[in-house]
Design a protein around this ligand. Structure first.
Ligand code: HGY
Ligand code: MN
Ligand code: MN
Length: 414
């Protein structure tokens, strides 16, 4: 197959432009669901989609779809895409490479005169990051039915704003039950994404073919003790919620070491202390915990071990413990036909690759519930992600888009 003409200069400019829609200053990017910068990013993306001659629509929560119409638009579509929301102080390539790279792949196919038999659709998912409502992949969860409208309307953001109020304020209304897609909406879904690990870079390879996505879980531990004057309350009388939280955090690390495996990871990434005053004993602490593994049974074994440890510590310290489970998802395996299609396109283009597992989760984890799914990874410098110094080179982005375009072409013709 001749190389499709990918306009990498335009794509890099667009990635740069998209990164300017941020609540934090460059090089960091922060873009929160339905907030002002998210709206600016959407407007920018719609302009690019229209300039490319594709139609677009948004669903009742703001998932954005751009369609390259096929000869037979009634056939199940070929989907690609990713997310453009960004956690606080993130980088400019997580998710956006799959969105703007997917758009450029579609543009390149169109420029080459190709018209697919089945439509090709680019998805820009809502809130892949858990930043606003504490649950990751909000858009793809609802598209796949993994999160129902009844569950979604119970969500509140950190300011206490309800999902519905936030949605309406963001300009989205409409019937939430219209968001879930049927199982035959997509014939296949393929996502291009940065690896967010250093394996490809270490192996000196430009492409990873994702064969599985790890099983993520996240939860909050709410600890309630007794506060009091930091000078007046003697140590034996204290019920210090922060010290209990500290012990629990170390127990989480220990539980992963004792009961997990090389692919088990546990993180306490969010800590809220109340009243958070230097001369006041912490009366309440909220711990946000992220626990993952490519082996779901092993992950859940670690989960029960750390929950037991947390209960024991709280009992010993006279602290009340409440557990708020946010998500406990199974892993997903990529579709073998799609893995083969990606591998064949790499071989056709003479691009070396390796198969690999994704420890980061992606919208593909939920799209796999309604369509055959696989992912294409490109390296990012030192495997760094969720940091302002996240970096993917134009050379690698170009190769990733070339492989994706070939895959979309093959699937679009089936
Ligand atoms: O946390 C993740 O794995 C993804 O980047 N949201
Ligand atoms: Mn991310
Ligand atoms: Mn991502």
């Amino acid at each position: 197959m001749t190389h499709l003409n990918i306009n990498i200069d335009q794509l890099m400019q667009e990635l740069e432009e998209l990164s300017t829609f941020s609540d934090t200053s460059p090089p960091s990017v922060t873009r929160i669901l339905w907030a002002q910068q998210d709206q600016k990013a959407r407007t920018y993306l719609k302009i690019l989609i229209e300039q490319a001659g594709f139609s677009w629509r948004e669903d009742a929560i703001g998932n954005l779809f751009a369609t390259f119409e096929g000869k037979n638009p009634r056939l199940p579509k070929v989907g690609t895409g990713s997310h453009v929301d960004a956690i606080p102080h993130a980088g400019k390539y997580d998710g956006t490479v799959g969105v703007l790279g997917g758009l450029e792949a579609m543009r390149a196919l169109k420029r080459s005169g190709f018209q697919p038999r089945r439509s090709i659709e680019l998805l820009i998912f809502n809130a892949e990051e858990p930043t606003r409502f504490g649950v990751g992949c909000l858009g793809s969860r609802m598209l796949s039915g993994a999160l129902t409208p009844e569950q979604a309307i119970l969500l509140k953001d950190q300011q206490g704003m309800t999902f519905e109020d936030a949605r309406l304020e963001g300009g989205f209304s409409g019937d939430l039950s219209s968001v879930a897609l049927s199982r035959n909406h997509y014939f296949a879904f393929v996502e291009l994404h940065i690896e967010q690990m250093p394996n490809l870079e270490k192996a000196g390879l430009p492409i990873g073919v994702v064969t599985a996505i790890a099983a993520p879980s996240s939860f909050k531990l709410h600890l309630k003790g007794q506060g009091g004057h930091a000078g007046a309350v003697l140590m034996p009388e204290r019920k210090d919620a922060f010290l209990a939280a500290s012990e629990i955090a170390l127990c989480i690390e220990q539980a992963v070491k004792d009961h997990g495996g090389p692919d088990t990871v546990g993180t306490v990434g969010l800590v809220k202390v109340h009243p958070n005053a230097i001369n006041s004993i912490p009366s309440q602490v909220e711990l946000g915990v992220d626990l993952r593994d490519i082996d779901e049974v092993r992950r859940d074994r670690v989960l029960s071990a750390l929950m037991q440890a947390a209960e024991d510590i709280c009992k010993k310290r006279g602290i009340r413990l409440e557990v708020e489970m946010l998500n406990q998802d199974p892993p997903c395996a990529s579709d073998p036909m799609l893995v083969k299609t990606i591998q064949m396109n790499c071989e056709k283009l003479g691009i070396p690759y390796q198969n690999m597992v994704s420890r980061a989760y992606h919208d593909s984890l939920f799209m796999a519930r309604i369509a055959p799914n696989a992912m294409i990874f490109i390296p990012c410098k030192d495997g760094i992600s969720h940091r302002p110094d996240e970096y993917a080179s134009p050379e690698h982005i170009l190769l990733g888009v070339q492989v994706l375009a070939g895959v979309l072409k093959d699937l679009g013709e089936v």
